[in-house]
Design a protein around this ligand. Structure first.
Ligand code: 5AD
Ligand code: SF4
Length: 440
């Protein structure tokens, strides 16, 4: 028997890349590849990249530089770049880094077996098309092996919003929703393999509008309600959303669908109406706050998360104070914040940029506030009993780690048989990034 070839994938960026990496590994399984955790053993190394901020994109080139040694020691090693840097920079990567054999964009990874064969023959392989055929159809069914209790499932890709700072509409293309029947099939297959919690993914997941098995248009709420009926599928989440796509029935689902977990990532980006307008977000700070009120009315204990950008071109001290004030009003349980990073080809990159020290100072102040809010949210859990889905052994013997309904990491002394199961846990202590609890 021929030895299987080994595949090492390094994943950068968002959860959709995590999902795509799994599916790329499955696609290359057909070419005789098995996954490895050791790059030095690999016959193929794939970097699944992120282009969202300059730092993320630059990481790829430094990582490629580090791989030079491995390639020198193993001339048969093939190196590939996938994901959004591949999409955005395509041929530029092959020019800038001759050790790269293969470049594949996020819409083309079903073609990896052909690309791999081309690379094996010694040619350079590049595919950054937005092909007519649906990559999900071409990928076929997922393998049957047992897997961990949580999984991602992509239901929607691409974005039509064109926020002035963002490369996603260019790297991932227009909004496309998968047919609901395919999603239901994939979810059932995941549950058969031991999955109890599914996070639905999309660049604009709440813009999901797919055709249902009945031929009708299904929004995300309908999809969630149908998924919730699958026996053994205990928890559902979705990420990431745009405020303008929070439809009434989705808000209602947060109140009346027990499988939909009380956690929502709803980026606002800025608290200043002037900056929101310049960002092309198409909503005001007040509209966002009213929306949060409605979501909280449906599900009072929901934990809110978001994304914020500081130092967008033209942001004044007063604009930044508006962001601080919005954050104080919302009270996030967890929130990501970034310095604005000009991305080639996006409208905001054309404008005068704020000095780096202004961006850094604002980010530090914002993060201090967000950290304090996160700590308060963690502390507020102490004394409460929450559901925890146990995922794996903890660092201490006899301990398991899982996630609360609110997506907080929880450490509990619990028997190993509880992995993959949900149990009520009384929270007894809180740290900034994790909780400690006892089986209730
Ligand atoms: N600069 C800084 N942050 C950005 N994001 C997207 N584009 C940029 C950029 N050019 C942030 C937004 C988005 C998150 C995924 O990344 O906050 O919601
Ligand atoms: Fe980017 Fe999100 Fe705006 Fe789409 S909605 S352009 S993905 S920030």
């Amino acid at each position: 028997m021929t030895q299987p070839k080994k595949l090492y994938i390094k994943t950068y960026g968002c959860q959709m890349n995590v999902y795509d990496s799994e599916r790329m590994a499955e696609a290359l399984g057909a070419s005789g590849y098995v996954p490895t955790d050791a790059p030095e053993d690999a016959d193929m190394i794939l970097l699944n990249t992120c282009h969202i901020r300059e730092k993320a994109a630059e990481k790829v080139y430094s990582e490629l530089g580090r791989l030079k040694g491995l390639k020198a020691g193993n001339p048969d090693l093939k190196i590939g770049v996938a994901g959004c840097v591949a999409q955005a920079e395509g041929e530029e990567i092959l020019r800038r880094q001759p050790l790269v054999d293969l470049v594949v964009g996020p819409q083309s990874y079903h073609r990896l077996p052909e690309l791999e064969a081309r690379a094996r023959s010694g040619a350079k392989a590049l595919d950054t098309d937005f092909p007519e055929e649906d990559k999900f159809d071409r990928l076929g069914a997922r393998p049957k092996a047992q897997r961990g209790p949580t999984a991602f499932l992509t239901v929607q890709e691409g974005c039509d919003k064109f926020c002035a700072f963002c490369v996603v509409p260019y790297t991932r293309g227009a909004e496309v929703s998968r047919p609901a029947a395919r999603i239901l099939d994939e979810a059932r297959a995941l549950v058969d393999r031991g999955v109890a919690e599914i996070t639905l993914l999309g660049q604009n997941v709440n813009a999901y509008h797919g055709v249902g098995p009945d031929g009708a248009d299904w929004g995300l709420a309908r999809l969630i309600r149908e998924l919730a009926r699958i026996e053994g599928l205990e928890r559902l989440r979705y990420t990431t959303s745009h405020p303008n796509d929070m439809e009434d029935d989705l808000i209602a689902a947060h109140g009346d669908c027990p499988e939909l977990m009380p956690y929502l990532h709803l980026p606002v980006q800025s608290g200043s109406d002037r900056i929101l307008k310049a960002m092309n977000r198409k909503h005001t700070a007040e509209e966002y706050l009213r929306l949060i009120d409605r979501i909280r009315a449906a599900r009072p204990d929901i934990l809110l998360s978001g994304d914020l950008i500081v130092g967008f071109p033209g942001e004044t001290d007063a604009d930044f104070e508006d962001t601080m004030s919005l954050v104080r009003t919302v009270g996030y349980g967890q929130c990501y914040s970034f310095k604005y990073s000009p991305r080639p080809g996006t409208p905001a990159a054309e404008h005068d940029q704020l000095p780096e020290d202004v961006k850094s100072e604002r980010l530090a102040r914002l993060q201090a506030l967000l950290n304090a809010q996160q700590e308060a949210a963690q502390q507020a859990m102490v004394g409460r009993t929450v559901g925890v889905l146990f995922e794996k052994p903890g660092r201490m013997p006899g301990q398991l780690v899982g996630k609360s309904d609110h997506l907080q990491a929880v450490h509990v002394d619990a028997p190993a048989e509880l992995v993959g199961r949900i149990a009520p846990v009384r929270i007894v202590k809180a740290a900034p990034n994790s909780l400690g609890g006892e089986l209730a």
